[in-house]
Design a protein around this ligand. Structure first.
Ligand code: IPE
Ligand code: IPE
Ligand code: MG
Length: 249
């Protein structure tokens, strides 16, 4: 496919919310005979570039799957290396994000993170909470099924003593109990690394999201591929169950 310029995509609707499953760091490193951590390190350069461009083209929400609930099952050396990289990266980048008006956030079972990254994340959230630019959310120790269970528990707590109000539990009410209660659902979900699966990411929220899957490993996902994914998105017809004629009216 031909290269898509930024100018081309700016002529059309930019997705409000892009979510990304950043996969393939390990294989990127392996192909280069490097340790897996080198892939995670290089992946941070992709994060920096994609965050910058999303801010520039005025994407409103960018949600990055950074560490899943299931990723805790990796060898403990890799888990602790990722946690330490996370902490260092947030400490190093947060001032720059703040300067660029980025509002930083994190979703997931954050309490299960080690104290140092947990503290850095909370400092970052606090520091940038009044910003009005890109909403950057890291999904950390995140699992879609776990999020749904936590939403159900929260609904039970709210309604347990009000059975006469059970009928008020609809989609809108349910959404209020998700980690993403204050965000629109993703318009575009990108997965790098070649797999065709969701791996427990944003299960509720992606009901009508457009999917873009690429074989490129995350450390190779830069401006050119982001433009391609947005261009692809812009050339789809989102029907939400209706007919093509209905939505093109
Ligand atoms: C994604 O890359 C990063 C995390 C899941 C933390 P991987 O580490 O899963 O890379 P591959 O899939 O092994 O290549
Ligand atoms: C998904 O990648 C999780 C993140 C990118 C953080 P995985 O590498 O964990 O996914 P699976 O295990 O191949 O499904
Ligand atoms: Mg992977």
């Amino acid at each position: 496919m031909k290269q898509i310029s930024r100018k081309e995509i700016l002529n059309n609707n930019i997705p409000d919310h892009i979510a990304i499953i950043m996969d393939g760091n390990g294989r990127w490193a392996k192909e280069k005979n490097l340790p897996r951590l080198a892939g995670h390190n290089e992946g941070i350069n992709s994060v920096r570039e994609i965050v910058r461009i999303c801010g520039e083209i005025e994407v409103k929400y960018l949600t990055l799957y950074t560490f899943s609930n299931e990723n805790w099952l990796r060898p403990s050396k890799e888990v602790s290396a990722i946690m330490s990289l996370l902490m260092k990266t947030i400490s190093k980048e947060i001032a720059n994000l703040h300067k660029n008006n980025v509002r930083f956030n994190a979703i997931g079972d954050l309490e299960s993170l080690p104290k140092k990254p947990f503290d850095r994340i909370n400092d970052g959230i606090l520091m940038t909470k009044e910003n009005t630019g890109l909403n950057l959310t890291l999904a950390l120790s995140y699992g879609g099924r776990q999020e749904l269970i936590s939403a159900v528990k929260s609904i039970i707590r709210k309604f347990i003593e009000k059975p006469q109000e059970y009928d008020m539990i609809d989609e809108k009410e349910f959404k209020k109990h998700l980690y993403t209660s204050d965000m629109p659902d993703p318009d575009l979900l990108i997965r790098t690394g070649g797999e065709k699966r969701i791996s427990n990411f944003l299960l509720w929220q992606i009901a009508y999201t457009e999917l873009f899957m690429t074989d490129a490993y995350w450390p190779d996902f830069r401006e050119e591929l982001l433009m391609k994914s947005i261009f692809d998105f812009q050339n789809r017809q989102r029907r939400f169950g209706k007919t093509g004629d209905q939505v093109s009216l």
